[in-house]
Design a protein around this ligand. Structure first.
Ligand SMILES: [Fe+2]
Length: 599
């Protein structure tokens, strides 16, 4: 049973291939097209998935789209009618895109892949999210909670997943949903836009800014919301504009309450106490609402386990509170919590629903992306004119790279298959020594060219993590995938200064030696030199660009940044391109012009 899952047409298009119930390849289109949040039909990702499995499109048994287009259209039409005429601009813009392409998802898939219409299926948006968590989790029984901006109609869902018997017969049912326009994702996005960041991109920046402020406006945020005892809530639409104006998320009333919005990406918001306080306030209310939803999922299902997905499931600060306060024994979160993850969820759901004997799968590693041969890495380095050495085995690689890191160098690290999800977890990473606070500024200013207030994350050997961080009990997986924050132990903060945020928190990744042996070996080697078995780990990209995928991407990013070294496969370079030969001037002194009239 070969099932291809697809998400596209909104943002973060992706493809995921599931063979006999096991994901064999998954990647967002942006990794190959180099277009951030690429939303187009993911032809490059599809080609990668098929090639990885040695398949052709004709070999597929099913292709599953991650949502139901007609149901989504019905929401847009109903929303436009209910807010007419103020929604005129939104309606005109939306209809153009729908008539041109979005209504024709099925025929577009059929013609791009050459598959028959009866092989194309559609999985409801929040069911795709729920499946991406439950069918990757270790649980036989779990509550599911999905929270995002909006799918077709749903903005959040509570469901229940069960597996039983030797054939892993499964049942995954969404039991209740909150509906548009009442949306935690859209509430958070309105504040993202207000703070001058791009919606669906800047939410991490709001989370990073929040610890610089005090949530003194939390009551003002709460006034936008009518909460209910069952964890659900309604938004008071007077504060918002997303439902009637495509260019605005929030209303005039919003600005009257919180002050003028920050112009897009202007100035440093960390310098503005008011903006920091607003960020702290929406972050706090987001955490409260997530806790309310999770507690309701616990109450309704009685399950001790929670599976979490949807864009809001990427809020690592909120996730730590769920781990501590929601009342579950274990929580499993899909690393690709956003809509790219819907491609995998849709494929897993269909594979389990259509397959005769679904396989049991647990996602222990995110290494589902592309892998490149050493010859490709060597070719990319040579093409750039970079001098490099080939290291003999993993021990020498880790020895050399850990030596560079301990000397304060910043190293690009391109190893193995690229990661599924927005976090770099030691396959496509920029690494540095986590000890000195100054390293954060070095990486921020010279390498990432990103905002100084955004924290960097540590990756630490799993066996050592509890010595350095206050980790909640029985929750290893969210930390394996860098999906939750934890406090750095107070007596260790001075030795993890570059990766401890202003409030003492850290978005820690624990490195499992069984799943990431090379990265674990590197962190151990670094610990042997520094006494701290951890590395600063940030995604291998420049500001505003997708994470690198190929060795050629890694080399070009290395050259465009101030990185000190690049380890790509078995090769290490510390050099810039050798100086090109001096260009010869065009004027040449010539004796032939002056040698008279002879032959
Ligand atoms: Fe979603």
């Amino acid at each position: 049973m070969r099932v291809l899952g697809l998400s596209f047409d909104y943002h973060d298009a992706a493809a995921a291939l599931v063979v006999d119930g096991i994901p064999v390849a998954a990647a967002p289109e942006e990794r190959f097209s180099r277009l951030k949040h690429d939303r187009r039909l993911p032809l490059r990702s599809i080609a990668f998935c098929l090639e990885r499995a040695g398949l052709k499109a004709g070999d597929l048994d099913a292709v599953v789209f991650y949502e139901k287009p007609f149901r989504k259209l019905s929401r847009i039409l109903a929303g436009a009618v209910s807010t007419f005429p103020s929604s005129g601009a939104l309606f005109r813009r939306a209809m153009g895109a729908w008539i041109d392409e979005r209504l024709w998802v099925g025929p577009r898939i059929e013609s791009a892949l050459g598959v028959a219409p009866e092989k194309v299926f559609y999985c409801e948006h929040h069911l795709s999210h729920a499946a991406s968590a439950f069918l990757c989790s270790p649980f036989d029984d779990a509550a599911t909670l999905t929270v995002d901006g909006v799918g077709e109609w749903a903005t959040a869902s509570i469901g229940r997943g069960r597996r039983a018997g030797p054939d892993h017969a499964f049942d995954l049912t969404l039991e209740s949903e909150m509906r548009y326009p009442h949306s935690l994702g859209l509430l958070y996005s309105a504040f993202t836009a207000y703070l001058g960041f791009e919606v669906n991109e800047g939410e991490y920046k709001v989370m990073g800014l929040a610890p610089y402020g005090v949530p003194r406006h939390a009551d003002a945020v709460r006034r936008m919301i009518e909460p209910f005892a069952d964890g659900s809530f309604r938004l008071d639409l007077d504060w918002f504009a997303f439902h009637k104006d495509p260019a605005r998320s929030f209303s005039r009333k919003f600005e009257q309450a919180f002050g003028p919005a920050r112009a897009h990406e202007s100035g440093d918001p960390a310098d503005d106490k008011r903006l920091c306080d607003v960020a702290a306030s929406i972050q706090l209310v987001c955490e409260e609402l997530m806790l309310g939803l999770a507690k309701e999922a616990r109450r309704r299902t009685g399950s001790r386990n929670l599976c979490l997905a949807g864009g809001v499931a990427l809020n690592a600060v909120s996730n730590e509170r769920l781990l501590r306060e929601a009342g579950f024994d274990s929580i499993w979160i899909q690393p690709a919590g956003g809509d790219a993850g819907g491609a995998l969820g849709a494929a897993l759901y269909a594979a389990n629903a259509l397959g005769a004997a679904p396989a049991r799968y647990e996602m222990k590693s995110v290494a589902l992306g592309a892998e490149h041969a050493a010859a490709d890495a060597a070719a990319a380095l040579k093409a750039a004119g970079l001098p490099f050495v080939e290291l003999k085995g993993e021990d020498e690689l880790c020895d050399r790279v850990s030596a560079l890191l301990s000397e304060g160098k910043v190293v690009g690290w391109h190893q193995g298959r690229s990661e599924w999800g927005p976090r770099s977890l030691g396959h496509r990473s920029i690494l540095a020594d986590p000890r000195a606070a100054g390293m954060k500024d070095t990486v921020n200013a010279k390498i990432k060219f990103r905002e100084m207030y955004r924290p960097f994350a540590p990756s630490i050997c799993a066996g050592d993590a509890a010595d350095w961080f206050e980790l909640p009990a029985a929750a290893p997986d969210p930390y394996r995938f860098m999906l939750a924050t934890a406090k750095t132990r107070a007596d260790r903060r001075d030795r993890l200064a570059a990766v401890t945020h202003v409030d003492g928190s850290s978005r820690v990744q624990t490195i499992d030696p069984a799943q990431s042996p090379l990265f674990h070996k590197l962190a151990k080697a670094l610990g042997g030199r520094t006494g701290v078995p951890a590395t600063l780990n940030t995604s291998f990209n420049l500001k505003g660009e997708p994470i690198v995928d190929s060795p050629a991407d890694a080399v070009s990013t290395f050259l465009a940044s101030g990185m000190d070294a690049l380890a790509v496969g078995p090769f290490l370079t510390t050099g810039r391109p050798e100086n090109p030969a001096p260009r010869r001037q065009t004027w040449e002194s010539s004796k032939t012009l002056n040698d008279g009239l002879g032959w």
